[in-house]
Ligand binder design. Structure first.
Ligand code: CA
Length: 228
């Protein structure tokens, strides 16, 4: 499971430890040493998960978490709070500000990886390798294979990511901007109509097994993957 994970930590040694550890686990790690830097990175690219240090110079971790949660674009990004403070009260504050999980320093790389994996599974299923099957359409992220009623379907890499996102978020409507955020990640230089192009290609790829109808256009809103 390869996810893009933003590590926000001002202590270089710990930042490097966390980031390298995530990279060893197969993830792509982005590094920021302050909330301010992290905010500008998040504006460019929405990560699959954020590991956030509580004690940061300038805007601290709790305040940054609040800001992430109050912005519609970033409110659903899974968040693990890192802290040196083990007090129960602090843990509560951390979770109340919107952190999904909480790790106390010092922690073992194994523990961090286990927490990241569990949280991704819970909140970002499109960043995991779990095989998913809906209405005869089967997508295997590990082998990058898609089959419709057992027969192989040919998808380009973008169409594959798009379908993976749709299948792990079925029955929900996503705007073009949201799809750019979730599927393209870095969308600063990508136009919204690019989404339409790839939706067309995806439908075409799903035609042989009659699954193209699962990708639905929702007028003036965007797209939805639905069996209904
Ligand atoms: Ca710190």
């Amino acid at each position: 499971m390869a996810a893009t994970i933003l590590v926000v930590e001002d202590e270089p040694a710990i930042q490097e430890l966390v980031a390298c550890n995530l990279e060893l686990a197969g993830h792509r790690a982005l590094r920021a040493e302050s909330a301010e830097q992290a905010m500008s990175m998040v504006r460019d690219e929405l990560p699959d998960l954020i590991v956030l240090d509580w004690m940061l110079p300038g805007i601290n971790g709790v305040e940054f978490a609040r800001r992430l949660r109050s912005d519609k674009r970033t409110q659903a990004v899974p968040l693990i709070m890192l802290t040196a403070r083990a007090e129960e009260q602090d843990k509560l504050v951390g979770l109340e500000t919107g952190a999904d999980d909480y790790i106390t320093k010092p922690f073992s790389p194994r523990e961090l990886n286990a927490r990241v994996k569990a949280l991704l599974r819970r909140r970002s299923p499109q960043a995991t390798d779990d095989v998913i099957e809906i209405a005869g359409l089967r997508l295997d992220p590990g082998s990058h294979r898609v089959t419709g009623n057992g027969a192989p379907l040919q998808l380009g890499p973008t169409e594959f990511r798009l379908l993976h996102f749709f299948m792990t978020h079925a029955e929900r409507v996503y705007s073009r901007v949201q799809l750019l955020d979730h599927v393209w990640g870095d969308h600063v230089f990508v136009e919204e109509r690019t989404v339409d192009v790839h939706i067309r290609r995806l439908r075409k790829a799903l035609e042989p097994s009659d699954h193209d109808g699962l990708v639905q256009t929702v007028r003036s809103s965007g797209y939805r993957f639905s069996t209904g």
